[in-house]
Ligand binder design. Structure first.
Ligand SMILES: Nc1nc2c([nH]c(=O)n2[C@H]2C[C@H](O)[C@@H](COP(=O)(O)OP(=O)(O)OP(=O)(O)O)O2)c(=O)[nH]1
Length: 146
């Protein structure tokens, strides 16, 4: 490995890329989104979100991603669960609870399907593997009968 590549790898290890996700809760249910791509992730379910761009706060990134992916404004609340290490420690998944800012309903602009899941339905979809601890941490936040 040459010096430039080695330095790039070390920098990524020291400063993992933050990927933010929004656990949007409405009427006692959380929004799950089915990935449409890339092929190896298609059919797996996730929280809307994505990479935080340089110069952007995590909250700004979540608001932007929810606009791009779902066409809705969200209000970002507290964190849910711990950071999840991904991609060999070069990225961290960090999920926040969020609510819809107004009456607008999410539209699947980039996903292949959307579902509102009550606490008893949380495990009814195949989540991306990294999301399992977050889904678990959400359970106490959802009412037993939405
Ligand atoms: N948004 C999101 N990404 C997740 C979750 N769980 C999980 O493993 N990931 C992974 C999938 C991807 O490898 C990565 C996020 O990539 P992305 O494609 O959604 O990010 P992005 O919108 O910024 O995409 P781009 O700029 O590369 O087009 O994190 C999750 O719950 N939500």
């Amino acid at each position: 490995m040459d010096l430039a590549l080695w330095l790039a790898v070390q920098t990524e290890r020291l400063m993992p890329r933050i990927i933010v996700g929004a656990a949007i809760i409405s009427e006692g249910r959380v929004l799950a989104c089915e990935r449409a791509q890339p092929p190896e992730m298609a059919g797996k379910w996730e929280f809307p979100g994505g990479k935080v761009d340089p110069g952007e706060t995590e909250e700004q990134a979540l608001v932007r991603e929810c606009q791009e992916e779902l066409g809705v404004d969200v209000v970002v609340g507290p964190r849910v669960g711990d950071d999840i290490e991904m991609l060999g420690g070069t990225a961290l998944l960090r999920v926040y609870v969020a609510t819809l800012a107004n009456g607008a309903q999410p539209i699947a602009l980039e996903h292949s399907d959307l579902r509102w899941l009550g606490v008893g339905e949380l495990h009814s979809v195949p989540w991306l593997p990294a999301d399992a601890p977050i889904v678990h941490a959400l359970e106490p936040l959802l009412p037993s009968s939405p």
